[in-house]
Write a protein that binds this ligand. Structure first.
Ligand code: GRF
Length: 223
């Protein structure tokens, strides 16, 4: 590991396919970030196994048994915060971390904590995004990587990736298409931040453009 790379901590609760995308991206020596810690609130989460296979330090800090109230949440987050700082984390990546965070952790890592959400925010905050997109009949759906704020799924947007909704799609088939996009969007967002190309101003993330960055038109159905 090189000392000049941005140190990431990835927080997970489950299968960790986005974690895997970050692990794979970081395997490239040219990637400007490295994963210093993978932390789960769920014992036995498969993402922990992915981290171990990649030789990345892991920590499990279960929320169970700490009480569900404000005091329990705060105590749980204090343990997480201490572990993140001990690992020298500089950017926290929430990747399927299925627990709402309180202002203690969110504000403590202001502009240094990002999340991936399976919808094109600000549409479809919350859960069951694919079902809701299908019910609404939208033609484009996708994912968003954003900075975390205390209001859920509401922080400044760094990267979005759109996919078409095809006739005959089910929530599962749409989720699979979005997940493929997530695995590209998350490493890109981390790279932009690690390269110092992002600047947050209010709700807007300004991204330093480079030649060739212009994307083409995305239309669904395609013309
Ligand atoms: C992803 O769909 C992500 O957008 C959402 O939770 C899911 C996590 O999947 N926040 P995985 O654990 O990364 O496979």
């Amino acid at each position: 590991m090189s000392g000049s790379k941005l140190k990431l901590a990835v927080l997970i609760s489950g299968r960790g396919s986005n974690l895997q995308a970050l692990i794979d991206a970081a395997a490239d020596p040219a990637f400007p970030a490295e994963i210093a810690l993978v932390l789960s609130n769920v014992e036995g989460a498969y993402g922990l196994e992915r981290a171990r296979l990649a030789g990345i330090p892991t920590a499990t800090i279960p929320h169970k048994g700490m009480g569900g109230g404000e005091a329990g949440r705060r105590a749980h987050e204090a343990l997480i915060d201490a572990r993140l700082r001990e690992a020298g984390a500089e950017l926290i990546c929430l990747a399927g971390y299925m627990r709402l965070l309180t202002p203690f952790l969110v504000d403590g890592w202001h502009d240094r904590m990002i999340n991936i959400h399976p919808a094109l925010l600000p549409s479809y905050k919350g859960l069951h995004t694919h079902e809701r997109a299908l019910e609404d009949g939208v033609r484009l759906h996708g994912c968003t990587v954003h900075y975390v704020r205390t209001e859920m799924d509401a922080g400044p947007i760094i990267v979005q990736a759109a996919v078409p909704v095809l006739s005959g799609d089910t929530p599962d088939s749409l989720a699979a298409r979005v997940l493929t996009a997530e695995h590209k969007a998350y490493p890109l967002a981390v790279r932009l931040i690690a390269d110092g190309r992002t600047r947050v101003e209010g709700m807007v993330v300004h991204i330093e453009q480079r030649p060739g960055d212009e994307a083409g038109l995305l239309m669904s159905p395609s013309p």
